[in-house]
Design a protein around this ligand. Sequence first.
Ligand code: ADP
Ligand code: MG
Length: 752
Amino acid sequence: MVQATTTHTNHRGSASQHNSASGGMNRQRAIQTVQGREPVKSSIDYTKTSVTEVFGTNVFSRQTMRTLLPRTVYKALVRCLDQGESLEPHLADVVANAMKDWAIARGATHFTHWFHPMTGLTAEKHDSFLVSSGEEGAILEFSGKNLIQGEPDASSFPSGGIRSTFEARGYTGWDPTSPAFIMESINGKTLCIPTVFCAYSGHALDKKTPLLRSIDAVNKQGTRLLKNLGNKTAKRVICTVGPEQEYFLIDESFYHLRPDLINCGRALFGAKPPKGQEMEDHYWGSIRERVLSFMMDTESELYKLGVPVKTRHNEVAPAQFEVAPVFESSNIATDHNMVLMEVFKKTAQKHGFRCLFHEKPFSGVNGSGKHNNWSLADDEGNNLLEPGSTPTENKQFIVFLTAVIRAVNKYGALLRASIATAANDHRLGANEAPPAIMSIYLGDRLSAVVDSIITGKADPGNSLKTLQTGVSNLPELFRDDSDRNRTSPFAFTGNKFEFRAVGSSQSIGWPNTILNTMAAESLDYLSTQIEAGVKAGKDLNTVVTEVVKTTLTENQRVLFNGDNYSRDWHEEAARRGLPNLRNTVEALPVLVAPETQELFEKYRVLSKDELHSRSNVMLEGYCKTINIEALMTIQIGATMILPAALEYQSKLANTIVQTKNAVSGLDLGPQEKYLREVVERTNKLKTSLEQLDAISREADDSDSDVLHHASFYQSKVIPAITAVRTVADELETMVDDSLWPLPKFREMLYIY
Ligand code: ADP
Ligand code: MG
């Protein structure tokens, strides 16, 4: 039965007595709170300080090191950064000391090794610089050893089984290629040192170690291929990445009334708002003052941390936004994206918002992704995927393009696995994000180039270069070589590829590890072919033409310029034999397939054990995520929605009885029918909650292997969650608004 009175703690933290009609009252109070909010000022005034003065002030950058380190030490460090040499311990002491003095001068009291465990988040344990007090007073110290190595207990981080076979000890190790930085907090500052994280056995337990190894693999194979093509100057090949980040902002007063947002990052209940995104009025719309203040504040914080954020705009869904940085080398881009998410979450709270990075916080409107723009460059900064004005004659470009096409064709399933999470499943394949079928969009211009290579016919070249706007006094507008294709998971966008299927909450470390490893294998393959041809006495040009032609012919099935959302494409892709792995459970097994193990072992990115461990962590993560959502669905369903429905039902029943008593002989048929409809749904809510409860207990009890377990969650638990939600969402549109406890989508997505 419905309790007449409940005691609970409201979002301000004070206990309040109220009757059960307060569901709606809490929502009204939240709306009033939003109305009272003002934009919050950031700490930097750009009329007094310029961006160039602010940028990187909290980074122990090369520039800073050059001024603070003795010349010989600085030079050794640069060799370490640029040529992969390791730094001698006594030099590390010097670097550590300079880093400490710099950090302390800027107000830091603590330091932390900052790493990326397989939780997908970052981890930090702070230590002060204080080593002794006593008679001499406080002494602050930070040695080379403190800088180079830390020893966190690995036993509470996900290891996917590696730990049970080895020891619980874990190590963090300094990554000098990603600069240390200072994180500011209201009462102090902390020096953060980017590190890798591995087990006692040396097995990687983080997202950075394999990424660094994959960067190495691309460097080796990329420079070898460049050399084979006659490039005499390039010494290194690096992977460049610019991740565009989508997110939602929700006012904190609504957020606190949604246990699902708090615990699961997404709304497990909620009817589609009458107005969704169909008016197309939010995308690039003018940015509301409160949101713009938030964005500007995040930018100031990120500038200080040397994160080159560049673009800000409203996204497609209401209350959805995007930020994009200038691209950087993929290791730093990955660290910076993690820092960015952290700064966004923190700054949002300062502004009375909550920042949601979940892939699908609100069903019925678009979810969020992270477009991973990816390319390769040499150490002189030349983009190897830059076609130039005559791509057909640009041999180097054609060869590198061919390598990527082959990689995506050969390892499409692996690329798919790199973005497989419970959260991203809500988005992939829906009409907002590319489907789970991995294909490449090249655009008309490049497709013509590829066709001409395959068929041997002449390239038709550029036809139209300027845009005909039909307005005579406008300056001439130039047209890009390719149009955009928003439906392709992997699109060539002029001089880079855009991997659009990456999830918004994901660390980009893993997708880039896979992308780099796949690419390294293809670069290796092409080099081997070219070297063999040259060795057989053929001239380089002939060999390259032949190798490119054969490789493109063999891998052209992955190229698709059309609408990836269409049913036709799904059929066509099946005919071409391209995998369509629709959910995480279908997508992850490829990680432990023999050809994957061979690939990762060959380029020393991940050992067989490490791959298994990762696969386990991901499958376990999938099960845990769905389990939490099931439990939360049951709690909200049983303790918030069912009581509201029952109360409404009782209100209707009482009204009908009272009316009948007051006036005899009235026809109350329509009202009785309505009551019956409410009762029907309330019954259905109760039974579907019971079913979900039974099924999730069954899932919990099963001790089958993790893949079967995940499969049970996918095929049984998710449908049971959906059944509860469907009927609860119907009730939302029937029950008296003043009784409804959960902030509605029409409120959360519009009132801020
Ligand atoms: P879109 O039009 O897809 O929204 P944006 O201009 O917002 O694109 O973002 C494109 C992203 O691609 C930026 O982060 C940009 O720095 C990045 N980018 C540009 N060139 C390269 C490159 N060579 N390698 C990697 N990323 C790049
Ligand atoms: Mg994009």
